[in-house]
Design a protein around this ligand. Structure first.
Ligand SMILES: Cc1cc2nc3c(=O)[nH]c(=O)nc-3n(C[C@H](O)[C@H](O)[C@H](O)COP(=O)(O)OP(=O)(O)OC[C@H]3O[C@@H](n4cnc5c(N)ncnc54)[C@H](O)[C@@H]3O)c2cc1C
Length: 576
């Protein structure tokens, strides 16, 4: 019986022992924030994490290794890449970060259409791995669906979220410059990083050549100058190593492990339970609300139930969809809260297919110091104030300038001249990458397999998500405009590239349990409560109504903090 994961109605710990005020499913970026806020307000909170424990400082085995300390100097062997084609496509996956990425075979899913699902199953989730670009969304992003008529209207505005952006920024530590742009609102910033000469050059030229385009230094979750609140978390100033995906003992970049989780732990209110795979949420038909969760132990496969007054679902977008779809009951035969049949639908992501490179003449007498963790950014300039293109919405642009090695005169790949050349810096170059908004569509969906289960007895997820004509038009516009911006800047050897990568590799998946005003067309209300089961809150990417062109994680943090504070208020009032 302990290994029979189809029968999970076992409460091995006894109801009282397994009862908390709140349960948080997942300990990544959004789960960490839910835990911190709930614990700060005195709620006894159980954080359930399916992966292994990663304790800050102790849990980063490769953090201080040199390239020669790795058997393959950091490269993954070909065999491993061939066995794990999905994760191997992620730029951050290497011998140094291998231990924080999910391997394809260990956690199967079914790709009805190609979808690169990149996951980090451990305490801290993908917060250990992320690239830390942290922009606020603008009012235009929240207004987009209402104005353009795609997806449904957001039930919240930028103005409602702004104080919560400030709340999470001050604690997480975001570096940036106050640029005064309507399309990219300023936040509570630590000092910005400095652009190098190539990035400054392009930034000045774009700003001079185009009235509608404004490039700025990137905003990122790094402590350029820690404040007391960061020192209180035990975090230190960034040393610009850019080896973050290994984890870093000084806690210079924001991760759940360095920041929110140890903070929650210090309140004495958090119980963190790694190796706990949430199977489903238990619905109490008599009370008309959720009473707890069913958990399968990742190692022993033993089933246990835990109970709480409120449940935060933060397993990351697609896994939150999975947990809810798998939470069936007499009242909700198609998944928790799924009266309208829209659970798992309107999945969207970011279109990262377009990149452009170019070489820059000049600046030979200039170099840069350290490896700064951000380049420059240009917020979306298409369809902002009015619909003006033959596609919906638009794209932001990340760009990064750098200087390679010279490799001698380029005529040889061996010998003294080649070796001498390697000691000299080469020419400057520029790299541009698009981040396009995709339109949530009912056809882009995930659902559960009826016959295939994972090793924990949970139905496998089927992903059915693809690009559409709008994405092709957005890509074409970026490639044309990006090349023109480089050309007008005087750059040479401009090379446009369409990676044709599958959706998912952007690692910004959103939707499936979207927020909205109307229970007929959405799953969650403006406080992230399921319309039909109000003690369940979904505050990760699954809740997003649309995707904007900005990176999403700062918005997940702000939405989570806002929802957690609302949950506490409602609990006090006896409304849930
Ligand atoms: C290489 C890389 C670069 C990125 N760069 C950026 C960036 O620059 N900016 C940005 O905004 N975002 C970026 N992202 C995306 C960012 O990491 C995610 O948006 C963010 O981590 C999502 O937070 P989350 O809490 O929803 O999910 P996660 O951080 O993934 O946490 C989810 C947690 O839930 C756990 N879990 C899943 N299922 C269950 C279950 N059934 N039971 C119990 N636990 C479960 C997982 O193990 C995991 O720990 C990047 C991601 C990667 C990998």
């Amino acid at each position: 019986m302990p290994n029979d994961t189809t029968q999970v109605n076992i409460n091995s710990g006894g109801t009282a022992q397994n009862t908390y005020d709140a349960i948080v499913i997942g300990s990544g970026i959004s789960g960490g924030w839910a835990a911190k806020e709930l614990c700060d307000h005195g709620l006894k909170t159980l954080v359930l994490e399916r992966g292994k424990d990663v304790v800050h400082i102790k849990g980063y085995p490769t953090a201080t290794k040199n390239p020669w300390d790795f058997p393959h100097r950091g490269q993954m062997p070909l065999q491993v890449e061939q066995e794990n084609p999905v994760v191997a496509r992620c730029y951050a996956y290497s011998e140094a970060s291998d231990h924080f990425f999910v391997k394809d075979k260990e956690h199967p899913y079914i790709q009805e259409k190609p979808f690169d699902w990149i996951r980090g199953y451990q305490v801290g989730g993908k917060s250990l791995l992320w690239a830390r670009a942290t922009q606020r969304w603008s009012k235009f992003d929240f207004m987009g669906p209402a104005r353009d008529g795609y997806a449904v209207e957001w039930p919240i505005t930028y103005e409602e979220l702004a104080p919560w952006y400030s709340h999470v920024e001050l604690f997480a530590g975001i570096s940036g410059n106050k640029d005064g742009l309507e399309t990219l609102p300023d936040g509570e910033f630590l000092p910005p990083w400095e652009l190098n000469c190539a990035e400054s050059d392009l930034l000045q030229k774009i700003n001079a050549n185009y009235k509608d385009r404004h490039a700025i230094i990137g905003r990122c979750a790094h402590l350029t100058q820690p404040k007391q609140i960061h020192l209180d978390q035990g975090r230190q100033q960034c040393q610009a190593r850019t080896l973050c995906e290994r984890g870093w003992p000084y806690g210079v970049y924001f991760s759940s492990n360095a920041s929110t989780l140890p903070w929650a732990q210090k309140t004495g209110n958090m119980t963190l339970r790694p190796d706990s795979v949430v199977h489903s949420i238990i619905y109490d038909e008599k009370k008309g609300k959720a009473s707890g969760v069913r958990v399968i132990d990742a190692k022993t496969k033993e089933a246990t139930e835990y109970f709480a007054k409120i449940i935060f679902v933060n397993a990351a977008c697609l896994n939150s969809n999975l947990v809810l779809l798998n939470s069936t009951s007499g009242r909700f035969p198609n998944g928790l809260g799924n009266d309208n049949g829209l659970l798992g639908k309107y999945i969207a992501f970011h279109n990262y297919r377009g990149t452009i490179t170019a070489t820059i003449e000049g600046f030979e007498d200039q170099y840069f110091y350290g490896r700064k963790p951000t380049g420059a950014m240009m917020p979306n300039f298409r369809n902002v104030y009015k619909q003006e293109m033959d596609f919906q919405r638009g794209y932001m642009v990340h760009f990064m300038g750098g200087r390679g090695r010279s490799y001698g005169n380029g005529n040889s790949e061996i010998g003294g001249e080649y070796k001498d050349g390697m000691t000299e810096p080469g020419s400057w170059g520029m790299f541009m990458m698009m981040q396009g908004e995709t339109i949530p569509k009912e056809t882009n969906h995930v659902r559960l397999s009826k016959d295939q289960k994972d090793p924990w007895g949970i139905p496998q997820l089927i992903t059915s998500v693809s690009y559409d004509d709008n994405d092709e038009k957005v890509l074409k516009d970026f490639l044309t405009q990006g090349a023109e911006m480089m050309d007008r800047a005087g750059y040479k050897h401009i090379n446009q590239n369409d990676s044709k990568q599958a959706p998912g590799l952007d690692i910004h998946e959103m939707g499936g349990v979207r927020m909205g005003k109307d229970p007929k067309t959405s799953l969650l209300n403006k406080w992230n409560q399921l319309h039909t089961c109000n003690n369940v809150f979904v505050t990760d990417g699954a809740c997003m109504t649309s995707t904007s062109t900005q990176n999403p994680s700062l918005t997940f943090m702000a939405i989570t903090a806002r929802a957690a504070n609302h949950a506490v208020e409602e609990l006090k009032k006896g409304n849930i």
